[in-house]
Ligand binder design. Structure first.
Ligand code: TGC
Ligand code: FAD
Length: 397
């Protein structure tokens, strides 16, 4: 009886009963409610975020690893496994959940005032309000310290309104969001030290979020700009305490952790599809799966997939213990996305021509993974974070 790649590694035994039950529920939802629509959503370059979000809210995955305010308070590993199942469907769906739970909700949960938490978190957990997270700008992606978006006080004193102006770029869900967490430079410090976060309702005058069209990757996800044209906000819109880049970077830790697991899901789906295809495809009167070259490819890919899974579970264990460090998350994101994209491309060769259509998920995953390789810190940025941890020297500048 053929084994699945992860069975070979016996990783199932490393997952606790409760985490496994959550994982199975998410897998079943993804298979029934998401998978059947993906080819159409991807082809259309659109996804019905407004309809999907309340369903994901009922499933309990929006902000699932946060405590209180309507969030489920699961383990970090359970959150990772949920990301794995969602990304086995499509990276765009995992992105929706990452951006909502780990970026927009986490930012408010970790850094927001009690008033901001009460106002936004319960409806975001339910999927009734959609959030986005604006850090990247047209000229500043890897180096957010250079951001040009400005927040200035209109008048003197802590009670004065804020005025925001600038442009954010490549922002997942911005065109459909109800609330944007926007990071902006203030005059409270130089070189990124004065960066502050703002909770911006998207119906505030001066806020607009045009859609970015013609993406060839992450097509089942809505991406937009955020244009802030003298957006006036009350003093209470700012996160009260946090200053500097550690505000947004702390949120990225959460989303990057989800990607460590998510990439395994995309790779697993590719490999399972390739194994099934190779068994059913006959060449030279024999199943493709019976040829040595096919088996060598499958063996090497199953090895990398299993190693990625072990790495994800180890990082999950560290996060649940409360000891996970940012450079360890970088190891996971660098390895697991790099290997997932290699697996997706190799699987595509097994399907040959059939692999270039949307009938099979493989090239859709491969194309999506190009975005995953870039967002939440490019591979090069993660190499430099690891390099800095190893040497004590920053090679960023
Ligand atoms: P650096 O001088 O090293 O640090 C500035 C301040 O931040 C603190 N810090 C962190 N805090 C928490 N978590 C981390 N991972 C942190 N890394 C750094 C640091 O201690 C310092 O604090 P303080 O209090 O001393 O001021 O910063 P740098 O300017 O040299 O930046 C280097 C680097 C590489 C860390 C950073 O620029 C970086 O990560 N660049 C990549 C940008 C990025 O990943 N953007 C992602 C945007 S969001 C997105 O892509 C969403 S995609 C959709 C989806 O997720 O599905
Ligand atoms: P750049 O920073 O211009 O990098 C260009 C090249 O330079 C890369 O190869 C990079 O690795 C390399 N490089 C960078 N620094 C160094 C260095 N020090 N040394 C050597 N090489 C270096 N952002 C958000 O804020 N919110 C979102 O919701 C969001 N969603 C996204 C969705 C999609 C589909 C995509 C594609 C992106 C999204 N992003 C989002 C933006 C994403 O985080 C950025 O694209 C990413 O951080 C890289 O920035 P950049 O594209 O400007 O590349």
């Amino acid at each position: 009886m053929p084994q699945t790649p992860l069975e070979l590694f016996g990783t199932e035994a490393l997952i606790g009963e409760e985490d496994r039950a959550i994982r199975d529920t998410v897998r079943s939802f993804a298979e029934k409610e998401i998978q059947p629509h993906l080819a159409d959503w991807f082809e259309a370059g659109d996804v019905p975020v407004r309809e999907l979000a309340p369903e994901l809210g009922k499933l309990g995955v929006l902000g699932m690893h946060l405590e209180g305010y309507g969030c489920a308070g699961t383990s970090a590993t359970a959150y990772g496994l949920a990301c794995m199942e969602l990304e086995a469907a499509d990276s765009g769906i995992r992105s929706l959940v990452s951006v909502q739970g780990s970026l927009a909700m986490f930012a408010i949960w970790k850094w927001g005032s009690e008033e901001q938490k009460q106002e936004w978190l319960p409806k975001m957990a339910a999927g009734e309000a959609i959030g986005c997270f604006g850090l990247t700008e047209p000229d500043f992606g890897s180096n957010p310290a250079g951001m040009r978006t400005r927040a200035r006080r209109d008048g003197a004193g802590e009670g004065a309104d804020w005025i925001l102006s600038g442009t954010k770029m490549w922002i997942t869900n911005a065109p459909v969001a109800d609330v944007a967490v926007v990071w902006a430079q203030t005059d409270e410090g130089p070189d990124g030290k004065g960066v502050r976060g703002f909770v911006v309702p998207t119906d505030t005058p001066g806020f607009s979020a045009p859609v970015i069209k013609q993406k060839l990757s992450l097509r089942a996800s809505v991406t937009g700009e955020i244009v802030l044209d003298e957006v006036r906000l009350p003093a209470s819109a700012a996160f009260p305490e946090v200053r500097g880049l550690k505000g947004p970077l702390s949120c990225l830790n959460e989303a990057r952790f989800g990607i460590v697991f998510g990439a395994v899901g995309a790779a697993r789906d590719c490999l399972e599809s390739a194994i099934a295809y190779a068994a059913s495809r006959e060449i030279y009167d024999k199943p493709l799966s019976g040829f040595q070259i096919t088996q060598t490819k499958l063996a090497d890919m199953s090895l990398e997939l299993g190693k990625s899974m072990l790495l994800a579970l180890q990082l999950g264990r560290l996060k649940d213990e409360g000891t996970l460090r940012p450079e360890q998350i970088s190891l996971g994101k660098l390895n697991n996305v790099r290997e997932a994209i290699a697996i997706a491309r190799e699987c595509r060769t097994i399907l040959a021509a059939a692999g270039v259509t949307l009938e099979y998920p493989i090239l859709r995953h491969a194309n999506n993974l190009e975005s995953v390789l870039t967002y939440e810190g490019t591979s090069e940025v993660h190499q430099l974070i690891i390099g800095q941890a190893l040497t004590g020297e920053s090679a960023f500048r």
